[in-house]
Write a protein that binds this ligand. Structure first.
Ligand SMILES: NC(=O)c1ccc[n+]([C@@H]2O[C@H](COP(=O)([O-])OP(=O)(O)OC[C@H]3O[C@@H](n4cnc5c(N)ncnc54)[C@H](O)[C@@H]3O)[C@@H](O)[C@H]2O)c1
Length: 426
């Protein structure tokens, strides 16, 4: 029997013997990612990323594995670390190292120190392109590895919170290279944030608790793309959904979509399950925990674990214990119990598998095409946050429709002329 000798691939993963399970997961996800697969086939022939070193800080899931493989097929040398301490699928990380020879630095449950040590390891790769989900990689470059800046062409950003941070860097003059805001592509946030987060957040809550949504009072904080998805899916399961917002237009939209809207101070008294998806901090605080019903469940699906004030919850509690995987029971001084899921981190990744591959197909098709765009165009871009070129967004939508077997109409020349003119009126 031939023995395979693993080449020397830098890595820090939990256990390489998990690789076989990881490979099956990666292949399963691949079946649901036809757009990324088409891009991978073209990349394999054209090698648009030849000579490019790319460091990616993304959730290390089976879908991300397919992105990393696609980028590598395009000629890039890829190194990967996690964008959240609790989102890594250890078997996928193992397979990427063992079967695909891609350096990975990520272990599910890593502490704060290891999380940043892994980001540093991914940066040892000396990237020409950065790929972020939440902007921790770029932040580390700008604060701790400025020596890398001259070699960086540009980067891409996956999520709303990361785009907000990067825009703030650009505004304050600290961003040093161009970034494409993948999150802002229509084929990303309209699908990933809405349908992906909508379904997978509920999936995470159910896997963690096994609650029945029918009849539950579910409080959704934030009616953005993610919040809309979660509110709609929770209602679909029969929950009585309450929305909290700070933006009057979004609040109005929630009202007209048929949800009750009220301040969190009111909702806190009546909710059974609380889900934060605001990208903001301190959305659930001591004043809210104190008035919650016995048995209330709180969780977060926004990017960082600051939406729920966990230190305040700890302070209010007489004690805590783990009651199930991903469920921490806090007994408050008033005798009531509050259950925190997934340490207040993204519940869809901490307690479930994140977004389904069908949705990540579009997000990561954008990522792959934007990496190609950056490799070709970075030199003429400034240190700003750029939108995804419309051509890329439309290509992803067109390819996804084709993959779904859906045909659409085309404008006739007469219609094109009409839509471009002003002369025809009443
Ligand atoms: N769980 C996931 O897998 C996943 C996927 C995509 C995005 N995200 C993250 O989810 C968060 C939301 O993303 P989005 O695309 O929906 O953003 P968004 O900007 O579309 O929506 C956020 C909404 O929250 C509201 N908000 C802000 N502060 C609030 C407060 N104190 N109380 C109530 N509402 C408040 C805003 O007015 C806005 O309407 C971000 O952190 C994003 O990075 C998570």
């Amino acid at each position: 029997m031939a023995t395979t000798v693993m080449p020397d691939v830098a890595h820090d993963v939990k256990d390489l013997s998990l690789a076989a399970r990881g490979k099956i997961r990666i292949e399963w996800a691949d079946q649901w990612m036809p757009v990324l697969r088409l891009i991978r086939q073209r990349f394999a022939q054209e090698k648009p990323l030849a000579g490019i070193r790319l460091s990616a800080c993304l959730h290390v899931t089976s879908e991300t594995a397919n992105l990393a493989i696609t980028l590598r097929e395009g000629g890039a040398e890829v190194a990967l670390c996690a964008s959240n301490p609790l989102s890594t699928q250890d078997e996928v990380a193992a397979s990427l190292v063992k079967d695909y020879h891609i350096p990975v630095f990520a272990i599910r449950g890593e502490d704060h120190e290891s999380y940043y040590a892994h980001i540093q390891s991914a940066l040892e790769h000396q990237p020409h392109i950065t790929m972020d989900d939440g902007a921790d990689l770029v932040t580390t470059v700008l604060t701790k590895r400025q020596d890398l800046i001259p070699g960086i062409l540009g980067g891409t950003e996956e999520t709303t919170t990361g785009v907000i941070r990067l825009r703030s860097m650009a505004k304050n003059g600290v961003l040093k290279f161009p970034i494409v805001a993948v999150n802002d592509a229509d084929t990303k946030h309209l699908f990933d944030n809405r349908y992906g987060t909508g379904q997978s957040t509920i999936d995470g809550i159910i896997r963690a608790t096994n609650v029945l949504f029918a009849g539950l009072k579910v409080v959704v904080a934030g009616y953005g793309w993610c919040g809309r998805g979660v509110a709609t899916r929770a209602r679909g399961l029969g929950a009585d959904v309450i929305v909290t917002e700070v933006n009057p237009t979004r609040a109005l939209e929630a009202v007209m979509d048929g949800f009750r809207v009220m301040p969190m101070a009111e909702a806190a008294k009546i909710g059974d399950v609380f889900i934060t998806l605001t990208g903001d901090k301190s959305v659930l605080t001591a004043e809210h925990f104190k008035v919650m019903k016995d048995g209330a469940i709180v969780c977060n699906s926004g990017h960082f674990n600051v939406e729920i004030d966990i230190p305040a919850l700890e302070e209010l509690a007489l004690g805590k214990r783990k009651t199930r995987d991903c469920v921490e029971e806090y007994t408050l001084r008033n005798g009531r119990k509050v259950y925190l899921l997934g340490e207040g981190r993204l519940v869809n990744l901490a307690a479930a598998e994140g977004h389904p591959a069908v949705v990540m197909d579009m997000s990561f098709a954008n990522q792959a095409l934007c990496a190609e765009y950056m490799a070709k165009n970075a030199r003429r871009l400034e240190a700003k946050v750029y939108p995804v070129p419309q051509e890329i967004d439309q290509t992803v939508a067109r390819l996804k429709l084709e993959a779904l077997g859906v045909a659409i109409d085309t404008l006739t020349p007469e219609q094109e002329a009409y839509l471009a003119s002003w002369s025809e009126g009443t």
